[in-house]
Design a protein around this ligand. Structure first.
Ligand code: HAM
Length: 421
C-alpha cells in the first residue's frame, strides 16, 4: 500500500507556514488587547465531556462524527470535536468559577470530526475558539461577536457579514418544536431522510436543511426568531443594538439554527462571499445551562469558533498580502573538502544572530553561487585555500555583483552593517 495522508487530513507544508502564523499571530494580538487569556486543553478527553456538551441530538452524536476509541485501561476516549466541552471542563476543574467575571478564554488547535469530506470540510481541521463565561446580559454577546469580527478583520478579511438570530430559551424551543411537528407531521413522507430524523429528534434543525423539497415545506412556516418569549426577544434586540452602535454589519437571520444542542438565545455565524454561502467561516452563540450540565455551577456563557482552514481559503481569494518566506542572510560555499567543516562551524557561530545556510559538499564557484541564489540569500560567502590562509571569506553581493574579503571575526559587524540583523 502506498502511504498517504488519511482522507480529510492535510499537511501544512513549509511554504504555507507563514500563512498560519499570520492568522494565529493577528488573532492573538486582538485577544491580548481585549483581555482574553489563552488556554490549552488536551486533544483528547473522556468521551462524556463531548457527548454531554454537544448533546444527544447534535450532529456530532446523531451522525456519529466523533473519533472515539477505547484506551488500554478500558476507558472511552474521544479526539476533541470542538473546544467548548474541554475548555468548560477545565474551567470547572480549575475553580475558575472564583475568578472575576467575565472569564475570557481563547484557544487554537486541531479538531477532529468524521464528516463527509468536501471543499472546506475536513476530518482534521484547525479552530480558533473563544469562550466568555459568567455574564447573562446582551453586552457580552455583542462583545463576543465583535471580538470574532475584529479577529477576522485583523487577519485581512473583508466583506464579512454577521448573521444573527436567536434559538430562544428551552421553553421557546419546546414550543417551536411542537409547532413544527404539528405543521410537518402530515407531510412527513415529503421530507428528506435527514429531516425525517430531525422531525423526531430535534425539529428546530429542520431550518438548516438545504434540501429543496424541505425548503418548499418550510417556506410558509414562521422561523424560530418569531417564536421567542419577550425576554428572549429583548435579549436579541439588545445584542443587535450594541452591534449596530459599533457599526458591525449584521444581517438578521430569523431561521439560524446550529448543529450543537447547547445554544440558548443568541446564535450567529460569519459568512464570506469567497467560500460560498453554504459554509460558515465561524459560528457560535450563548450556552446558558451548559456549565451546570457539565457538573459545574449554573453560570451563563457565550462563545464561538472559526475554522482556520476556511479563513485561509478565503484569504487566498482576497489576495491578502501574506508574508513570503524569506531567504537566509548569508549562504556559505565551501570550495574544497576542508572548507565543508569550516563553513559548518562558521554557520553555527553566526546563527546566534543571523540566518545562515551553506552547501554540504565541495562546490565550484559557479555551482555554489547558483545554490546561493536559489536559497534567496542576498550575500554569498566563499571559502577556499586562499581564504583559509587569511581567516576570511570572499563575500559576494548577489544583487550588485560586488565582491570583497571579510575577516571571519568581522562577519557579524559586516552583516549588521548590511542591514541583516
Ligand atoms: P461549529 O459551528 O461546529 O462550532 O464550528 C465552528 C467553525 O469551525 C465553523 O464555522 C467552520 O469554520 C469550522 N469547521 C467546522 N467543521 C469543519 C470541518 N469539518 N472542516 C473545516 N472547518 C470546519 C463549534 O465548534 C462551537 N464549539 C463554537 C462555540 C464555541 N460555540 C460556543 N463556544
Amino acid at each position: 500500500m502506498k502511504l498517504q495522508a488519511v482522507k480529510g487530513t492535510r499537511d501544512i507544508l513549509p511554504n504555507r507556514q507563514a500563512f498560519w502564523h499570520h492568522v494565529i499571530g493577528r488573532v492573538g494580538s486582538v485577544m491580548a488587547r481585549s483581555g482574553v487569556r489563552e488556554i490549552d486543553v488536551p486533544i483528547f478527553e473522556h468521551t462524556e465531556v463531548f457527548t454531554r456538551s454537544a448533546g444527544a441530538s447534535s450532529d456530532l452524536v446523531v451522525q456519529k462524527e466523533m473519533y472515539t476509541f477505547t484506551d488500554r485501561g478500558g476507558r472511552s476516549i474521544t479526539l476533541r470535536p470542538e473546544f467548548t466541552g474541554g475548555v468548560l471542563r477545565a474551567f470547572i476543574e480549575h475553580g475558575m468559577v472564583n475568578w472575576p467575571t467575565p472569564v475570557k478564554l481563547w484557544s487554537h488547535g486541531p479538531i477532529f470530526r468524521g464528516e463527509q469530506v468536501q471543499r472546506g470540510r475536513y476530518r482534521q481541521f484547525h479552530q480558533v475558539n473563544c469562550e466568555l463565561v459568567g455574564l447573562p446580559g446582551p453586552l457580552i454577546d455583542a462583545e463576543a461577536i465583535s471580538l470574532l469580527y475584529d479577529a477576522l478583520r485583523a487577519c485581512g478579511l473583508k466583506d464579512l457579514v454577521v448573521r444573527l438570530g436567536s434559538v430562544g430559551d428551552p421553553e421557546d424551543r419546546a414550543r417551536h418544536n411542537h409547532y413544527l411537528r404539528a405543521a410537518l407531521n402530515p407531510h412527513r413522507e415529503a421530507l428528506s431522510e435527514a429531516s425525517k430524523t430531525r422531525l423526531v429528534l430535534n425539529p428546530l434543525r429542520l431550518w438548516d436543511s438545504k434540501d429543496p423539497g424541505d425548503q418548499e415545506l418550510l417556506k410558509d412556516l414562521t422561523p424560530p426568531l418569531e417564536h421567542l418569549s419577550n425576554e428572549a426577544r429583548d435579549h436579541f434586540e439588545g445584542v443587535k443594538s450594541y452591534l449596530d452602535d459599533w457599526e458591525i454589519p449584521v444581517e438578521v437571520d430569523p431561521a439560524i439554527v446550529r448543529a450543537l444542542d447547547y445554544y440558548r438565545r443568541t446564535a450567529f455565524e460569519i459568512h464570506h462571499s469567497a467560500i460560498g454561502a453554504q459554509s460558515a467561516l465561524a459560528g457560535g452563540g450563548r450556552y446558558d445551562g451548559l456549565i451546570g450540565h457539565l457538573g459545574g455551577p449554573d453560570l451563563p456563557g457565550v462563545g464561538w469558533a472559526f475554522g482556520v482552514d476556511r479563513v485561509l481559503d478565503a484569504l487566498t481569494v482576497d489576495e491578502v498580502g501574506i508574508p513570503k518566506e524569506s531567504g537566509p542572510d548569508l549562504f556559505l560555499i565551501p570550495l574544497d573538502e576542508e572548507a565543508v567543516g569550516e563553513v559548518a562551524r562558521l554557520a553555527r557561530h553566526l546563527r546566534a544572530a543571523f540566518r545562515v545556510e551553506h552547501s554540504y559538499r565541495r562546490r565550484n564557484p559557479g555551482r555554489g553561487l547558483r545554490d546561493a541564489e536559489r536559497s534567496g540569500a542576498p550575500l554569498a560567502g566563499l571559502r577556499g585555500a586562499a581564504e583559509r590562509e587569511t581567516h576570511s571569506l570572499t563575500v559576494k553581493d548577489l544583487v550588485s555583483g560586488e565582491q570583497r574579503d571579510i575577516l571571519e571575526d568581522n562577519l557579524p559587524a559586516f552583516l549588521r552593517k548590511a542591514g541583516r540583523a
